[in-house]
Design a protein. Sequence first.
Length: 312
Amino acid sequence: MISALEIELFLKSRGELISTSGQPEQTVEKPVPFDQIAQNTLTFIRHVEGEELNKIADIPGIILILPELDPSCDHIAVKAQGYWIQCRDPRLTFALVLCEYFEPRLTHHISPNADIHEMARLGNDVGIDAFAVISAGVHIADGCHIAAHTMLHSGVQLGRGVTIGAGTCLGGPGFGYQRDNDGTPQRFPQLGILEIGDGCEIGENVTINRAALTTTTIEAHVKIDDQTYVAHNVSIGAGTLIMAGVRIMGAAAIGTGVDIHQGSLIGQGVRIGDRAVIGMGSVVLSDIPADTFAAGTPAKRRGPAEKHRLSR
């Protein structure tokens, strides 16, 4: 059971709280969607109207996260039987509370069935699940978790608190070839490294190649969904969100805070500016400026990015 007071103090420490009403001793057992609200549950609502608030106010023993109320609705909050938390962004606040109190914690142990080379370097509190393979020369910082059946090739460097999903392959050689005079493809050796910054989350069955001669770079707090492919020499800026099935070709440069929707393809050498948004299934063959929404095949500018964000 989690008390309203615990949640309130946590949100105050994060600077997310505007005001509260109700009994701080009240407790909840579990989070639920808004349409399943019941006694001793936690939920949120993003947009409210007076009539809807009146119905919610009659439900006892709930903790409700909601946006800042219009002064005309203050009397409803006062009479509410539950505990109401007003904040700037209810969905974000709800997510923070779930992470703090309800999300299962990863167990950071090293499975005896993991294959870890003696020349790999591991930080403190690292978890490595069964049948993961960690090659010589891999550096894993504190607090990382590597799921089962992953492969980390030599030259992979993980920052603090990185999580890697099952079946993912990091730091393998990119697809580099040069045809000779007879037209036969000759291998261009991939001798670089892969750096992944603090707090990144890499999903399941993801492939990220090391660079040919320099560094493939994934900056801090990038989140990459399942079955994504990132080629050699790519750079991805901090805080970017990449959804499932995206393909990013060699030497592409993705800015900070970019959102790339499902199944998109980013062409070789393409540059995407900070905070841009790429629509679902797009084929991006030319550069996209910062703060722009682009979509289509080939992708074209469709207006400002803000209303298309994954995190809005």
